[in-house]
Design a protein around this ligand. Structure first.
Ligand code: SF4
Ligand code: SF4
Length: 104
């Protein structure tokens, strides 16, 4: 499992760099974020949740049954909207209200 940072969407805001507990994300040329040792990512998703520009997606590989799907998240107020897109482009969404997170 690993993240992918889409350089065309990254603004270089640095939020993911601050959020990564493993200090895995760095600022590269042009100030954009990139991940140094992709195999060290343990998939905590902190960086996804911090990126307000939708520049980070999480690759759901065969090791976790994802068959190459990708996961992204965006915020609407207190709600995190998790979107899973499979290789055929089909989309599934899960909405998690953070104020009610203890009910899940
Ligand atoms: S949080 Fe998103 S936009 Fe900001 S540096 Fe990281 S990938 Fe780029
Ligand atoms: S998913 Fe977690 S460990 Fe992996 S790069 Fe993002 S913040 Fe770091």
């Amino acid at each position: 499992m690993s993240i992918q940072i889409q350089q065309n969407k990254c603004t270089g805001c640095g939020q993911c760099i601050e959020a990564c507990p493993g200090n895995l994300i760095k600022r590269g040329e042009g100030g954009k974020a990139w991940i140094r040792h992709i195999r060290d990512c343990w998939g905590c998703t902190s960086c996804l949740k911090e990126c307000r520009f939708g520049a980070i997606c999480f690759y759901l590989g065969a090791d976790i049954g994802g068959r190459g799907s990708t996961l992204t998240v965006r915020k609407e107020g207190d709600v995190n909207i998790w979107s899973i897109t499979d290789r055929e482009g089909r989309l599934q969404q899960i909405r998690v209200d953070q104020k009610k997170a203890n009910q899940y």
